[in-house]
Design a protein around this ligand. Sequence first.
Ligand code: ADP
Ligand SMILES: N[C@@H](CCOP(=O)(O)O)C(=O)O
Length: 321
Amino acid sequence: MAVYTDVSDLALRDFLADYGLGKLLAYKGIAEGVENSNYLLHVEAGFFILTLYEKRVNADDLPFFLGLMEHLSARGLVCPQPVKTREGSLFKPLAGRPAAIVTFLEGVSTRAPLVAHCAALGTALAELHRAGTDFPLERANSLSISGWPPLLMQARDRADSVEPGLAAFLAAELAALEELWPRNLPRGVIHADLFPDNVLFLGDKVSGLIDFYFACTDFLAYDLAVCLNAWCFEPDFSYNVTKGKALIDAYQRARPLTPLEIIALPILARGAALRFTLTRLVDWLNVPPGALVKPKDPREYVRRLRFHQQATSPGDLGLAF
Ligand SMILES: Nc1ncnc2c1ncn2[C@@H]1O[C@H](COP(=O)(O)OP(=O)(O)O)[C@@H](O)[C@H]1O
Ligand SMILES: N[C@@H](CCOP(=O)(O)O)C(=O)O
């Protein structure tokens, strides 16, 4: 359960007094998620999500994240809508954290995506990229290649306790990717964490995208690479090329990749695997005392990284070219 910060009913009632949502009827911590503290709120106006932003979210970035959700919603993408206070603020402090209320979306995330889910995701991702083209704010990706060495530094001394030889393996990967990382690809707003737990479905149809708190301005094809890693590997860590092809083909029907993006995709997928290995490793080694959270296993991403060292052709990922 991801609840790092406890919220008392007294503090919550006081917080809610600035919103026009009526009286608090019930609230409870949400079991899923690892980054922030989330509560389901039941107030007279209905159901909402209360998020308290934890260590990886800088309050200066909240206008980007919350403004992006407003922007995407206005362009027809189903994502949470931030609720403003009576004075028009998108967020304010609660229990020592910046906190915001967003609308509750219906739908269920899938733990075992099928080919049809991957195809639906590909369409939704391309729609997100298209809807983001005229978003006026920019935010650098703090977890792209220049953000990886500090993560490795934090984890290096204890990495081998997770898997023997891991520290040296990750240092070598980092050095290789610094050489290979592309420089000039189409850029725009990306979600950067569109894992299955952040996509809600009703049947085979996407009913909403959530959790925009890693969103940033970066290579659009990097977002596709993140999704291929998160959606197209089987529990035995084999890559399912049929799922990869379904995801990529659906994406390309709405936003065709450029030749440079196609060539770069295997390296982007390798980099995306390193990024999630590193953040998971840091979190695995540093669970805050008292936090109700189940950290994610970094070894799942080490396995993906090893796959991408071998899978160097776009065709290995399901891309026809
Ligand atoms: N707007 C929303 N509508 C419905 N459920 C949501 C919404 N936002 C979050 N949730 C629920 O809360 C969980 C954790 O949210 P998430 O934003 O992924 O947290 P974290 O940033 O900590 O990873 C989600 O998996 C989902 O079950
Ligand atoms: N998706 C990341 C962790 C971030 O968790 P989320 O609940 O915000 O998606 C991972 O799997 O490492």
